[in-house]
Design a protein around this ligand. Structure first.
Ligand code: NDP
Length: 392
């Protein structure tokens, strides 16, 4: 029986709140706070049990501290934007509360996400006797746990890891992003990077691609190499990893629009003076694009996210694939959100459940692969993200 304070009433916040509400034996009290309280109230109105809602600007540590002191939660579950991570961690340290998020910190004025800012909090969390769990979404999150599961049950050593993220869904819009457009476009337009023989190799944005044949009727799709944050922790926590890469599918239509937007400067993140005001083109573009939340009822098809792993067991080389398939329409029927938010929100709830039930405990700042994958993998099957594994 615990009280959780969820920060951020966006697409992921909606799913997390629904999923926590479905597990009253763990989440006996739920508080949902965000910059716009009416969004919290709209989510609360969808639920069959009462929750508390509140307004907070999570960039302001004193506002977060006041909210935590008023509500006295056992855990703060941060599904606002990556820009708020450090302020919320500071507020947790000041009030003595555990912390969880789904995306690592990124400074607003530089498209450069990295764990180093949050890993720098390790000693502070250790000294305070608190736990921070980083990246408890799908990727990062489940993909880290998939890797830990493979290492625990199927491999002595993992030499190659390819994380492959496919959204085979269609929302029928000319151009839209499935989660926060600003965060999504910053990620996609950044240089690619992968781990090879102990060093990072950088590639031009979306310059490397190949075709991957997805299971269960999804079929062959082009996948593009990108940098993704779970690679940073996995190369540290999986000894002997020689190569680690992350791939994502994009439709030709998405890439065509993105190229034009980039060419005309609409994806820039530096301020541009326009008619006496500074505007950041990417933030303006976000205001024009469909709200990812509005895509829920329109999106059909499935996502397929998983890990292809090559390594050795008892001296024998093995190739293995573990994945989840999530159906956009089924997710919408359950929690009124499409599968991208669903696949992030469910693992965020499970990560919180691991912490609050004591299945995962520690003092300091942790990534997902540092804990026993078994209870998390079992919970995925129970709470809407069943997985399949096979040897290739
Ligand atoms: P949204 O943009 O839909 O929602 C973000 C929410 O945070 C909004 O409700 C917003 O409020 C609120 N917010 C923003 N700034 C503040 C602030 N200063 N104080 C309080 N609330 C604030 O994003 P998503 O729900 O799609 O994504 C949420 C998080 O999940 C992001 O960090 C994203 O990177 C991460 N993510 C992780 C994935 C994974 O697999 N690990 C996959 C997808 C997303 P308002 O509406 O008022 O602006």
């Amino acid at each position: 029986m615990a009280k959780v304070l969820i920060i951020g009433a966006g697409g992921v916040g909606q799913v997390v709140t629904h999923k926590c509400a479905q597990v009253p034996e763990v989440f006996s009290e739920i508080v949902l706070a965000s910059r716009t309280k009416s969004k919290c109230d709209a989510i609360a109105a969808q639920l069959s049990r009462p929750i508390t809602t509140a307004q907070v600007d999570a960039d302001k540590v004193p506002e977060m501290v006041a909210l935590i002191e008023r509500e006295k939660p056992d855990l703060v579950l941060n599904v606002a934007l990556p820009y708020q991570d450090l302020a919320i961690m500071d507020a947790c340290l000041e009030t003595g509360v555990d912390y969880l998020d789904t995306a690592n910190y990124e400074p607003p004025d530089e498209a450069k996400f990295s764990y180093h800012w949050q890993w720098a909090y390790r000693e502070k969390f250790e000294k305070a006797g608190l736990m921070a769990l980083l990246g408890s979404g799908f990727d990062p999150g489940v993909t880290n746990v998939f890797t830990a599961h493979a290492l625990k049950h199927h491999f002595d050593t993992i030499e190659e890891l390819d994380i492959i993220d496919c959204n085979a869904g269609d929302h029928g819009q000319p151009f839209a992003t499935n989660f926060n457009p600003e965060i999504n476009i910053r990620e996609v337009t950044a240089k690619g990077r992968y781990w090879q023989e102990g060093t990072w190799v950088e590639t031009e944005p979306l310059s490397e691609s190949q075709t991957f044949d997805f299971p269960e009727g999804i079929g062959a799709k082009k996948i593009y190499l990108m940098y993704h944050e779970e690679l940073e922790s996995l190369v540290q926590n999986v000894p002997g990893l020689k190569r680690a890469r992350f791939w994502m599918t994009f439709s030709d239509n998405y890439l065509k629009h993105l190229e034009v937007l980039q060419n005309v400067g609409m994806t820039r993140i530096d301020p541009v003076r326009f008619q006496g005001v500074d505007i950041v083109p990417l933030q303006f573009l976000k205001a024009l694009l469909p709200d990812p939340g509005s895509l829920g009822p329109l999106t059909k098809g499935r996502t397929c996210i998983g890990n292809v792993i090559r390594g050795h067991k008892d001296g024998v080389e093995k190739r293995y694939y573990v994945y989840n398939i999530c159906d956009h329409e089924a997710a919408y029927r359950e929690v009124q959100s499409q599968a991208i938010s669903y696949t992030t929100g469910v693992p965020a709830m499970i990560g919180a459940m691991m912490m609050l039930t004591g299945a995962w405990r520690g003092k300091g700042v942790f990534n997902m692969e540092q804990f026993d994958p078994d209870p998390f993998m079992a919970a995925l099957n129970q709470h809407g993200l069943p997985w399949t594994e096979m040897f290739l």
